[in-house]
Design a protein around this ligand. Structure first.
Ligand code: ADP
Length: 472
């Protein structure tokens, strides 16, 4: 089967979050299952672009409304990632340093999608599946069905995977002329609440919709930033498939980014060496349990609660814990956390920014990983933590609910709480300190148990293949 993934992110080419991890791994595992999987993404100015070799495979031109643009498709020469990787270069629009966050993101990603469909429409054969990821590729199922020039692609099955429904890419109807001439009777395929909504459009037009965990699929029916009725209506074609993790990248016994690698047998010494590295670097006390947070500092992740929850935990639990935060996001949260570094020096430290090496070291050196998320479609961090023997402290939501059980339950190996509140976090930190200080035997058992859990892509990759097969 030939599968074409279209995405705005793909690790290690360009990653802002979980979408990048998934698109960097799933195709590789589909290739291992004997299929042809290809990834098409925008060509940003990232390090990966400049440190690899490329060949030009296609040049074309299309219109974004009245503006004609030229695009080129380049292919990575060596199959380095384990699948064919294609980048779409649109001069002046896509070739920027950041992935998102520009005023013309609508124009950037709409042109990207037009270029992708235009290129596929020129192929001498048809792929078996076009698999689009999130709203940045969400107009593709509509275009393949209803744009006149792409009509011959209408019988190719399309699959949408929703990694995060909070972002939908809405644009006003005044931009409807951006798309190549399309069947105006089908305007409902683009519309949601009087604007063009690429994510809603993909939910309506894709042949099948998947979400990255089972619980998230349920939650979307009552909490999806305005799309609740749509998910209720389209539930028949939606299915939850829990993300996997790339066991080759995330392996504590081989991870080159660690101070000391370790396996289940050497977890105690291995983690201690990595913890020492972190504590030395960030001025924290190695004797105390180290609780880390890694992620975007935004409301979705409940990062706004961190400053109060951390100070409350330090006071309530008499300073018997340390915190290390890695992330960037809302300026107010960044500022408050930076301020806390001084007020609670020795108890908390924060690294504002994005650092892949530091994140690996933190998964390995931490005792606990905190994820109080308000919304968590799947969450990969907790799965990395499990693989690295770090006990997850998570809110009971989305993929966190599907992957972590509380140690108070039978064979539980994590700490779960219900509300995204300062009180729930403080209470859970208390349970973590108790586990660390008084229940060493249970804690050791939990670490061994969680490191054995298989969250690899092998079975999830097959589940996607089953979805594709059901569409043929
Ligand atoms: P998201 O909602 O951000 O996609 P996920 O849990 O699905 O959340 O994926 C987050 C991924 O991004 C993980 O691989 C995590 O380690 C990584 N990550 C997030 N923030 C940072 C950061 N500041 N530095 C390094 N890695 C980060």
């Amino acid at each position: 089967m030939e599968i074409i993934h279209v995405s705005a992110e793909c690790y290690p080419v360009a990653k802002a979050g979980g979408l990048g991890d998934v698109v960097g791994a799933l195709p590789k595992y589909q290739v291992k299952l004997g299929h042809i999987a290809k990834v098409i993404m925008p060509m940003y100015r990232t390090k990966f672009l400049y440190t690899n070799e490329w060949e030009l495979v296609h040049e074309g031109g299309q219109n974004l409304g009245p503006h004609w643009f030229h695009y080129s498709i380049i292919k990575e020469k060596t199959n380095k990632l384990g699948f064919d990787l294609f980048l779409v270069d649109i001069n002046g629009l896509l070739d920027r340093e950041k992935i998102y966050g520009y005023n013309d993101d609508t124009e950037r990603f709409t042109s990207f999608q037009i270029a992708v469909v235009d290129w596929i429409s020129k192929w001498s054969h048809k792929p078996d599946i076009v698999h689009v990821h999130d709203h940045q590729a969400g107009l593709i199922p509509f275009m393949m069905k209803h744009c006149f020039v792409f009509n011959h692609l209408a019988d190719i099955p399309t699959v949408l995977t929703i990694h995060n429904a909070q972002y939908q890419g809405q644009m006003g109807w005044d931009k409807s002329y951006y798309l190549p001439s399309w069947d105006r009777w089908k305007w409902g395929g683009l519309d949601w609440n009087n604007s063009i909504n690429p994510l809603a459009s993909a939910v309506k037009c894709a042949w099948k919709v998947t979400t990255v965990s089972w619980s998230y699929l349920d939650e979307l029916k009552y909490m999806s930033a305005g799309l609740e009725n749509l998910f209720e209506y389209e539930k028949g074609k939606c299915v939850g498939i829990l993300n996997g993790i790339d066991n080759e990248v995330w392996d504590p016994s081989k991870d080159p980014l660690l101070k000391q690698t370790y396996s289940k047998l050497t977890v105690d010494i291995g983690k201690q060496a990595n913890k020492k590295e972190l504590c030395d670097r960030f001025g924290l006390d190695i004797e105390k349990p180290l609780i880390v947070f890694i992620g975007r500092l935004v409301g979705e992740k409940a990062a706004d609660l961190l400053p109060d929850a951390i100070s409350s935990s330090i006071y309530q639990h008499h300073g018997n814990c340390c915190f290390l935060i890695l992330g960037s996001g809302e300026t107010a949260v960044e500022g408050e956390l930076a301020d806390m570094n001084n007020r609670f020096s020795g108890y908390i430290n924060t690294y504002i920014g994005y650092s892949e090496p530091l994140s690996h070291l933190m998964y390995a050196g931490a005792d606990f990983l905190l994820m109080p998320s308000r919304v968590e479609p799947c969450g990969l961090n907790q799965m990395y933590a499990l693989r690295y023997g770090t006990v997850p402290i998570v809110r009971n939501t989305g993929g966190l609910r599907d992957t972590v059980t509380d140690f108070g339950d039978w064979q539980g190996f994590g700490i779960r709480f219900d509300n995204a509140s300062v009180w729930d976090i403080t209470y859970s930190v208390g349970r973590a300190i108790d586990l660390y200080t008084n229940k060493k035997e249970l804690w050791d058992w939990m670490r061994g148990y969680m490191m054995d859990i298989d969250h690899s892509w092998d079975s999830a990759a097959q589940e996607y293949i089953d979805v594709y097969t059901s569409l043929k």
